[in-house]
Design a protein around this ligand. Sequence first.
Ligand code: PSU
Ligand code: MN
Length: 304
Amino acid sequence: MHSLKKYLSVNPEVKEALINRQPVVALESTIISHGMPYPQNVETALNVEKIIRENGAIPATIAILQGKLTVGCTSAQIEYLGKKGLAVTKASRRDLPVLLSRGEDGATTVTTTMIGGAMAGIKVFATGGIGGVHRGAETTMDISADLEELAETPVLVVCAGAKSILDLGLTLEYLETRGVPVIGYGTEELPAFYTRSSGFKVDYRMDTPKEIADAFRVKLHCGLRGGMLVTNPIPEEYSMDPEYINRNINEAIEECNRLGIHGKQTTPYLLDKIQKLTGGDSLKANIQLVYNNARLGAKIAAEL
Ligand code: PSU
Ligand code: MN
């Protein structure tokens, strides 16, 4: 525990809230540095925090700053990460020892946000999209560490499903193998991020934040290890035309393969390319679905 203190820095407001058993929602920072362009990234991150407060919870944006796993970034720190963008290291589990020992900065992915959140005692985390099994993974073996983290670390993650830059079927198979429950909020179908449907089924449909909190509480109490994935469809009015978005996703993937982009660059490259191909339409949808997930995350945290 002594060593943990050295590398973990929880801001006083978040610490206080956790001690008083008030609801807290963790937020990631790779979505800020690598998921959206500046200045929309900073604006979105600050609005997400505001929405979480409006819904009765305390936001805790997580990042690695000067070698500390920082739980509850300030607005200035969010601005710093957003401006620095791709120049910040995208930090997954494997990057932690090096960044912490060197005293460097890193933007936390779903994986490292879960790790930081769990260390601080946060149970709920809201974001846009998670990583998964990439299309073509049968030859590239590109499977996001996010799936392994969901299997190991006890944090509930609210997302808008998985976008079809991933192989949705294989992503669900992987989650099943690793024992991660996939819940659909008000839906039986796995939402596909920009659109409300994917043709794939979730494991369970739940219609209230309380139902979701109850199931997760049981998972924690029984020591079943790992998290839970709550998929929340993008609100109808912001959802995109499936044919249009999928055409652009396919084009982005083709370009990505042509350029030989691989490893940790793949997801940020695809997100940026899709935003450019859609003339910013996908970014608008992305922002709205994150707000929607922040609202649900705050409500689930309140029930827990
Ligand atoms: N999907 C999005 N936006 C994002 C990400 C995924 O729609 O910003 C980020 C998250 O931080 C996620 C990471 O954890 O990408 C997954 O990266 P990879 O596929 O390299 O594991
Ligand atoms: Mn990968």
